[in-house]
Design a protein around this ligand. Structure first.
Ligand code: 26V
Length: 816
């Protein structure tokens, strides 16, 4: 679809006038942004209509990606790029006297996710549309996304995020597809004349699910899929059924404010809080989505369920949507009146489950009593699934009750709990981890008995990232250079980047590549100055750690090393190191005290280091507030050193590691998650791997880890930890940073920070040496970009298609 600059200009003006009711003279950047979005949306909606028509006419099998989170970020630049209209829009606005860059900054991020899991979902739906695969994303239309972070006197303050306060130009409300969802109440057992039993759920409360569609434009603009997000509303339906049940009204009726269900995203990452409202959120979007899928299926196939499993595959993004399994069983058995075995055969051919974490505190479990109250029929169904499964276990391991206890969906104890991971494995036909190492640990440590029972069920799909957003759009200078060397089709075929490798030692190419990096560093330096007032030298090494704040990710290991450098400089003003700027971006879960203390400590150390004249330009520390997708897009192109330093075995994959390496950063990291595969791709000379492996960690744990051994044996470690206890960094407030020392010494250092400190510090000395050899560094950087082809999310999606989904692409008929 080719549109001229003149036509596009006219479209923008038309929307200024008749969509926004303003004109060229009055419009501010916000109005220009909305008008530009509206002009692009014309193409989006045309593509959407064609795609839906084509999929309907071809009665395609489709994947349904169920996820409680989609971290989409901004869409205007992305949608323009994907239609090939970026330059046209840029030119059109220029002629109107408007700067596109300023217009793009008007767009609030769609931050409907916490971190890795939510951003992965966003990359995946981009790839699905790009690869012309019939797909739909299903999730929750949160009114407030992840909180906005402010830093006040060094501490994190959470403020509400209001991403659609002034309207979102992309979303389309679909009142014609509203669904109703039942909650609470009781189950009645009915006995039929023929001796059969029928269960009838009399809900205590009914809420409405209103769908909002966000179009997802594939690269090239051919397929436009949708992300369908459900918003909760009070139902106008009065529940006579419960009312008439008399005595049950007081005892069973629970009142929930329907609107609160989709009000806010839970800001916990990797901790299970067991909150009632979160279970209701999960059930709400799963129930709406399943009913939506069934409505669409019935339109084509009526009441014939025999083709359902051919047409529908549902991917569960972690266990958050696992309640969909008993919900589908309920619909098939209670509503469609299929017998259990037929229903179970359908269900277990429809669901597949992705595991994203091994951390015990992140594995979801719901108290059986809570499920009984909110979803009484679902609990019965879960018990029935479990009962039949226990019989299967008994066939494999006759009489082995300890096996049964281990594998059961129900965890016995003072409070009976429902293990959502077990339910997901039992109810799915495939289960995958998200990197080779992680998938091995899922098999060996998390689900070993399930693996013995069903040897083909557990598999791996290594994560990936979309190169459209994470190179082409966020790093235009590098993209242009790459275009010239390997051609322009690398965004669709990222292995093409390997063509850069043969130029890695070419002086001229090194110069061009590093000059792009230098320019990107200047842009970030400007951003740092604008948001923090800190001036940084772009000749320094830009060393970046961006990810959620968590002890297992070990931002405090990075901080201890910064303190060590500071101390070395104070002890020896001639301490030989290349200047370095350490840059952090991280949000802490509001209830995670130590994580917030670490943010505070980073800021306090930064204050001191940045203002100490003895340090000069050698060392700067920057904490950029409110880390989010749009800030990541500015930081990643400017990075020299990428910090990927998690405790081995704890980071399932990581995806920031891929984005940074793709943009020409060199990784310093542990053998964890996808770092292992990044090292395989770039080769050991082009990455700084340090520290304990998973096996080392296990051995140290088994032999009895005592962090105090490291404290007393390593004078530098001792000096740094003791420093934290003084008021050096918090004048007049001694002890303000002591919780970090306590966690590392008194609370046993659960993530082995001290055990890896010396190896990390030594690796950083190697980084420093390598950076000072300009030719060597440039070669490493180029090799990193060149060898990231494996990590395109297109490859991940192709792996899902081959190993899990069995899906065909479907070419959408284009406009002549
Ligand atoms: C758990 C919970 C518990 C209840 C409250 C809300 C909530 C939100 C998220 C989670 C689990 C987060 C798991 C997660 O994000 N895992 C990350 O997934 C990435 C994509 O696969 C992967 O790259 C990261 O290594 C992994 O930590």
């Amino acid at each position: 679809m080719k549109i001229s600059k003149g036509d596009f200009k006219a479209a923008i003006i038309r929307h200024l006038h008749s969509t926004l009711g303003t004109d060229e003279n009055k419009a501010n950047n916000h109005a220009w942004w909305k008008a530009t979005c509206a002009a692009i949306q014309e193409n989006v909606l045309e593509g959407l209509r064609r795609t839906q028509k084509t999929h309907y006419m071809n009665d395609t099998r489709a994947v349904h990606y169920f996820s409680a989170e989609f971290l989409m970020g901004r869409l205007l630049s992305n949608n323009m790029q994907n239609f090939g209209l970026y330059d046209v829009a840029h030119g059109a606005l220029k002629e109107l006297g408007v700067e596109l860059a300023d217009v793009l900054e008007e767009e609030p991020d769609m931050a409907l996710g916490n971190g890795g899991l939510g951003r992965l979902a966003a990359c995946f739906i981009d790839s699905l549309a790009t690869m012309e695969l019939p797909a739909i994303g299903y999730g929750i239309h949160y009114e407030h996304g992840l909180f906005r972070q402010e830093i006040k006197s060094g501490a994190q303050i959470e403020r509400p995020d209001s991403w659609r306060d002034y309207g979102n130009p992309w979303e389309i409300c679909r009142p014609e597809s509203i669904q109703e969802v039942s909650l609470f109440g009781y189950v009645e057992t009915k006995y039929g004349d023929n001796g059969g039993i029928k269960k009838e759920w009399h809900p205590g409360s009914i809420v409405k699910g209103v769908p909002w569609d966000i179009p997802v434009v594939g690269y090239g603009g051919k397929t436009v899929n949708v992300l369908r997000l459900w918003q909760s509303e009070a139902s106008d339906y009065f529940n006579w059924d419960v009312f008439n049940a008399g005595g049950y009204v007081d005892a069973q009726r629970e009142n929930i404010q329907a609107e609160t269900i989709s009000k806010v995203l839970y800001p916990n990452d990797e901790t299970e809080a067991g909150k009632e409202l979160r279970l209701i959120q999960q059930y709400f979007f799963c129930s709406c989505s399943l009913k939506d899928i069934i409505r669409r299926y019935k339109r084509a196939h009526g009441d014939d369920w025999s083709r359902f499993k051919e047409q529908v595959v549902i991917q569960l993004n972690d266990t958050h949507p696992a309640i969909a399994i008993p919900e589908l069983m309920r619909i098939l058995v209670d509503r469609a009146e299929l017998d259990w075995d037929t229903a179970w055969d359908i269900s277990t051919h429809v669901f597949a489950y992705t595991n994203h974490t091994l951390l015990p505190e992140a594995l979801e479990k719901w108290p059986a009593r809570m499920l009984e109250k909110i979803l009484p029929r679902h609990l019965e169904i879960i018990y029935e699934i479990n009962h039949r499964f226990m019989n299967e276990v008994d066939k494999k391991w006759p009489g082995d009750n300890s096996k049964k206890a281990k594998l059961s969906i129900i965890e016995e104890g003072p409070e009976k709990m429902v293990r959502m991971g077990h339910l997901s494995v039992i109810g799915s036909f495939k289960v995958n981890g998200v990197a080779e190492l992680h998938s091995r640990l899922v098999k060996e440590n998390l689900f070993p008995d399930f693996d013995a029972l069903w040897p083909d069920k557990l598999t791996n799909v290594t994560n990936g990232i979309t190169p459209r957003r994470w190179l082409k759009a966020c790093n235009p200078l590098l993209s242009e250079l790459v275009d010239k060397k390997v051609g322009e089709d690398w965004p669709l075929n990222l292995k093409k980047l390997e063509g850069l490798a043969k130029h890695a030692t070419n002086k001229t190419f090194q110069k061009s590549f590093m000059s792009v990096k230098q320019k990107n560093k200047q842009l970030l330096a400007d951003e740092i100055y604008a948001s923090t007032g800190i001036q940084v030298d772009t000749n320094a090494i830009f060393d970046i750690q961006i990810k959620r704040l968590h002890e297992y990710k070990r931002q405090h290991l990075n901080l201890l090393h910064i303190m060590a450098l500071y101390r070395r400089i104070l002890e020896n003003p001639d301490y030989d190191m290349h200047p370095r700027v350490f840059i952090f971006g991280a949000k802490a879960a509001p209830g995670y005290k130590l994580a917030k203390d670490i943010i505070f400590a980073i800021n306090k150390v930064a204050d001191k280091v940045n203002n100490d004249p003895r340090v000069g330009n050698k060392l700067k520390v920057v904490f950029l507030p409110n880390y989010r997708v749009s800030l990541a897009e500015k930081m990643i192109p400017a990075c020299d050193v990428s910090e990927q330093i998690s405790t081995a075995g704890k980071e399932a994959s990581g995806t920031g590691n891929m984005k940074l390496a793709l943009n020409g950063a060199v990784t310093i990291g542990t053998l964890d998650g996808a770092n292992v595969e990044i090292a395989e791709e770039v080769g050991e000379d082009n990455i700084f791997i340090f520290g304990m492996t998973v096996e080392d960690v296990n051995a140290l744990k088994a032999s009895g880890y005592n962090p105090k051994d490291y404290y007393y044996k390593d004078a530098e470690i001792k000096a740094i930890l003791d420093w934290l206890e003084t008021d050096y960094f918090t004048p007049g407030k001694p002890g303000a940073l002591v919780s970090i020392k306590q966690s590392l010494l008194d609370l046993g250092d659960p993530f082995f920070v001290l055990a890896d400190f010396r190896a990390y510090s030594d690796a950083q000395i190697e980084v420093d040496k390598a950076y000072r050899d300009k030719a060597r560094w440039a070669e490493m950087v180029i090799i990193n970009t060149a060898m990231m082809g494996k990590f395109t999310s297109d490859r991940s999606i192709q792996d899902y298609v081959d190993r899990v989904w069995r899906l065909d692409s479907c070419a959408v008929e284009q406009q002549k």
